[in-house]
Design a protein around this ligand. Structure first.
Ligand SMILES: Cc1ncc(C[n+]2csc(CCOP(=O)(O)OP(=O)(O)O)c2C)c(N)n1
Length: 673
């Protein structure tokens, strides 16, 4: 019988002997690989932190202490140890285990997270709150108080928010443990000077064996008195490290400049060592960084070999090299073959190819991604145009400003970024781009509902925030030809910031036979025309494809004119005028919040032209969160599936409005359904 199945909470784990823990780790690994092979999900990041998570729960009591994850994509082992094994089978779907920490699931998860860089800051906040509440751990005055631990990766710690958090963490006068999970990787290779620094620390032979007990006077090295103070508070293993630190010179104590004593790197797969160091860090009464060296994808030969591909793969099958071997042994063996389930042609792939073609044609185009070369389709562009394309690492704000600087020097910058992460760079889009009248082009992948990644990753508000910027041109692509046309429009749009949004989806062939007219600023494209329609639909992006399908289903019953709205800013004011002056009801459809998106822009245009805005119905994402599930299910929940559109078009044409039962939540606006 396995050990894991009897662990219903960390209390059960604590009852085991240290010698049993490697078996628990092996079972966690097997469970994760098995499930991710069936459903897809974050694989390599989770395999890398199995021992670390087991050790953390073995040493701390997170029913009481605080554990905060950065990004949170490495939380599966934590979830398996905190009573959620039965949810693993429905990973990343409704009612199953979310792929990121989720307080709705368990009190062991403190924040819903998914964006990098936040863990240290929220942990600092909770540390301060616990202090104010008189609940903070102190070895003398409150030994039963709460400790605070935050886990962050080596690529995420470079993020500006994390740096701000560290800067503030160093001022805490209490226990505060930052665990740096250093696997030498982001999704791809990490970028920048800090990544190079970590490489040097990891490879420094001094760290091979630092468990020596020699004592030294520390006062003569930079930061020495700080270290000396730390030394007196530390346990034996930490003391040995500090001594080593004193011998190794100032470079290795980088975090100490922030006021955090740094210990490590230690081997993140050696459970006794992890437990020894964590047990000491547990009772240390000042901010500390424990530098833990792990292998991304650990225990799975193919994931270790290509942790980028297996960072977050789709479902896959493993063909065992030896059919008689156990599952885990097979995964560890070299030579097993892995086949990842193939999808169709994605918008991401179409975008990458379009960029290659444009960059070859226009030497003024420059491009960048913030740590997502594969995710945004820019991998080939980076390889082909190393002088004109960059991966900045996880720093969207910097990337936006860098693009502003390039625009200022005469280039045409394209920043490929997930819609959800562009939120990080809104202030830069406002001040350094828009206010200067600079033309930075934003290519917003994963706009709208994103499926299994859930609420933390939906691109639900890009139009809402970017539309406020004067001079911005905000477009959306409904298929591959229209994506190319939008990019071409943006290439030539030098008047200010522009953006094209496209979803985490495959491109539709529905209109690929029809010629795709060029984008003209503020002009919609008719897809299904009627001289006297019963209802006119202005749909944005792939919603135009669904709207066309819905209109076809209505066939002879209703004359539904369908337009690909193309622009959420500026909207087609002349078209709106023509339709509303003829009292033709308009339905707007968008995979974006109903608040502040295309629908709002259409209402504003109607009001500005003194037209009857009560004939406008807005369909979009509801004013509530949509959690993890397939994208199809999420669209259904939002009332943006074809059947819901059919009902809504009928209702709009047929005043007074009819009730739309299950999907009523997806329909709102000037006309309430
Ligand atoms: C603000 C932000 N930008 C980009 C991402 C996408 N992303 C998710 S995980 C990841 C890499 C994180 O690397 P690291 O923290 O070292 O953890 P590892 O995956 O190596 O364990 C990136 C870039 C994100 N989650 N948040």
């Amino acid at each position: 019988m396995g050990l894991l199945e009897n662990i219903h909470s960390p209390a059960d784990l604590k009852r085991l002997a240290v010698e049993d823990l490697p078996k628990v780790a092996a079972e966690i690994r097997e469970a994760i690989v098995g499930q991710v092979s069936r459903s897809g999900g974050h694989l390599a990041p989770n395999l890398g932190v199995v021992e670390l998570t087991v050790a953390l729960h073995y040493v701390f009591d997170f029913a009481h202490d605080r554990l905060l994850f950065d990004v949170g994509h490495q939380c599966y082992p934590h979830k398996l140890l905190t009573g959620r094994q039965s949810m693993l089978g429905a990973l990343r779907t409704r009612g199953g285990m979310a792929g990121f920490p989720e307080p709705r699931e368990s009190s062991y998860d403190l924040f819903s997270v998914g964006h990098a860089g936040t863990g240290i800051s929220t942990a600092v906040g909770m540390s301060r709150g616990d202090l104010l509440n008189g609940e903070a751990f102190d070895p003398h005055s409150n030994p039963a108080g709460r400790r605070v631990v935050t886990l962050i990766g080596d690529a995420s710690i470079v993020n500006g928010v994390a740096m701000e958090g560290l800067n503030n963490a160093g001022t805490l006068k209490r226990q505060f443990l930052v665990i740096l999970n250093d696997n030498g990787m982001s999704i791809s290779h990490p970028q920048g000077a800090v990544a190079q620094y970590f490489d040097r620390v990891r490879m420094n032979p001094l760290y091979a064996d630092f468990k020596r007990t020699a004592r030294r006077v520390l006062g003569h090295i930079p930061g020495g008195s700080f270290l000396e103070d730390a030394y007196h508070r530390a346990g034996e293993a930490t003391k040995a490290w500090i001594t080593q630190r004193a011998e190794s010179g100032p470079e290795l104590g980088w975090f100490e400049h922030f006021g955090l004593i740094t210990v490590g790197p230690i081997d993140g797969h050696d459970l006794p060592t992890l437990i020894e160091f964590l047990a000491e860090a547990r009772d240390y009464d000042r901010p500390m960084v424990l530098h833990v060296k792990t292998v991304k994808g650990k225990g799975c030969s193919f994931a270790e070999g290509d942790s980028t591909k297996f960072h977050s793969p789709a479902a896959f099958s493993v063909v065992k090299a030896d059919p008689d071997s156990s599952d885990l042994a097979a995964l560890q063996a070299e030579g097993c073959r892995v086949e990842i389930k193939k999808g169709g042609r994605s918008f991401t792939a179409a975008f990458g190819e379009a960029m290659m073609e444009m960059m070859a044609r226009d030497p003024r185009i420059v491009a960048c991604t913030a740590a997502m070369p594969d995710g945004t389709g820019l991998t080939k562009v980076l390889a082909e145009f190393p002088d004109r394309a960059w991966d900045t690492g996880i720093c969207e704000s910097h990337a936006m400003d860098m693009m502003a600087g390039l625009a200022k020097t005469g280039y045409r910058p394209f920043f490929a970024v997930y819609s959800t992460f562009v939120q990080r760079a809104f202030d830069q889009a406002f001040q350094e781009v828009s206010l200067q009248g600079l033309a930075v082009r934003l290519c917003l992948d994963r706009a709208g509902l994103v499926g299994g990644d859930g609420a933390v990753h939906h691109g639900f508000c890009d139009i809402g925030i970017l539309r406020t910027l004067p001079g911005a041109a905000i477009t959306a692509a409904m298929d591959e030809p229209s994506l190319k046309a939008a990019l071409e429009f943006m290439r030539e749009y030098d008047a200010g910031l522009s953006a094209v949004r496209y979803p985490r989806d495959n491109v539709s062939p529905l209109f690929s036979g029809a010629p795709c007219p060029p984008f003209v600023l503020g002009k919609a494209r008719p897809l299904i025309a009627h001289d006297e329609p019963d209802v006119a639909v202005l749909a944005l992006g792939t919603c135009a494809i669904d709207a066309a399908n819905a209109a076809r289903q209505l066939g002879n019953e209703l004359r539904v004119a369908v337009y690909d709205a193309r622009f959420a800013k500026p909207v087609d004011a002349a078209l709106i005028n023509d339709l509303l002056s003829r009292r033709i009801p308009i339905v707007t459809v968008e995979d974006h919040s109903r608040i502040g998106g295309l629908g709002s822009a259409v209402l504003e245009s109607a009001a500005a032209q003194s037209l009857d805005a009560s004939r406008v119905t807005i369909m979009g994402l509801p004013d509530s969160w949509i959690y993890q599930d397939s994208r199809e299910e999420q669209l259904l929940e939002a009332g943006l599936d074809v059947a819901s559109l059919v009902r809504a078009f009928r209702a709009a044409a047929d005043q007074p409005a009819v009730v739309v039962p299950r999907h009523a939540a997806g329909v709102a606006g000037a006309r309430q359904q």
